[in-house]
Design a protein around this ligand. Sequence first.
Ligand SMILES: [Zn+2]
Length: 415
Amino acid sequence: MDAKTLINESVADKFMRYVQVDTTSSELSDETPSTPQQWDLARMLEAELEAMRLEDVELDEHCFVLGRLPASPGVTGPPIGLVAHIDTVSGIPGSGVTPVLHRSYGGGPIQVGNGVVLDPADSPALAGAVGCDIVTSDGSTLLGADDKAGIADIMRALAILVNDASIPRPDVWVCFTPDEETGKGVLKFPYDRFKAKIAYTFDGGELGELSDETFNAVNGTVTIAGRSVHPGSARGKMVNALHLAGEVLASIPAGWRPETTSEREGFIHPTDIEGNVEQVKIKMILRDFDQGFLEAKEAALVRTLAAIQERYPGASVRWDGSMGYRNMKAELNKDPRVVKMALRAMEMAGIRPVIKPIRGGTDGARMTFNGVLTPNIFTGGGDAHSRREWACVQWMEKAAEVAVNLARLWAQETQ
Ligand SMILES: [Zn+2]
């Protein structure tokens, strides 16, 4: 496509073009990218950045697409980065996506197709999109708004900036990344060539969402060693690790589980169990926004295991835990302007910001700990990772406007 077409193309048209490219990633591969089809969209995006005359455009060996829109003459504000991910989650079909545009949503359930219904009763955010145009799949696949809405938002913002030299901007770096859904792509992030130390991921979320917090994570394994004896002569001798495992699981307070917590509450979550009479291993993840609370949860678990151990002297009950990702908030606070500008950029677009901690980790959190302060901004999509996934066209337009406003605001700052 030529520059003129790309500049005039609406965010909805960009979005519907991108979702038709299958970019399903795979948990099973240790390569980056994890699947060859991610190259298809990466090449398309590289060509579009070239056509719009960005500089330093590059598609690297790990499928990261990079580019830089040079600063306006005389502007010396710090470079900023706009980041979105190319891949879509595995487990729900992601190839042959047929986007369907539902114009001027009147409220109530939307018949997505193939028996899939998008109902505001289950998706309350939809009520805020009455009167807007909604894009869904035809129900046979996911839509891929996570995160092609983010890509479309950023491409639309670049088109606006390229087309209107009167909007002041610092160097605006863009990076489209592979394998966000597997969590492995960001490990190959090209920090040496992406020259912004301030960036924003546009990834998921409804109008106005801003996330500057992620969980702190501990991942670990409970290993229970029992003693196996022929059941016919086991009396007083056998210690069945399976029964101890049952006690361990039952000891996790009902109010400390993912299925009973929300907002800022943390949890202990057994994810996997395998074993027999002799040995059982239980994998667990512990999460909390507050590091002190997380440590308290781990300490409580360790105390419980010690108590079980005491009741069964013939067994051995062990916990091996290690710190995973960390809450990015403390790091982001090192330059409070990063979040402040995001809030102002939204207010300039007439949006009331909603600060929402992410109950998980993000690529941005990893980047933040690697020196690129990166909170997350909404894209205009909802119900990710499902056949009911949707995106609101007017919200995507707003996200693009927020990105443009960020350029405008940072142009006025000093390094
Ligand atoms: Zn995403």
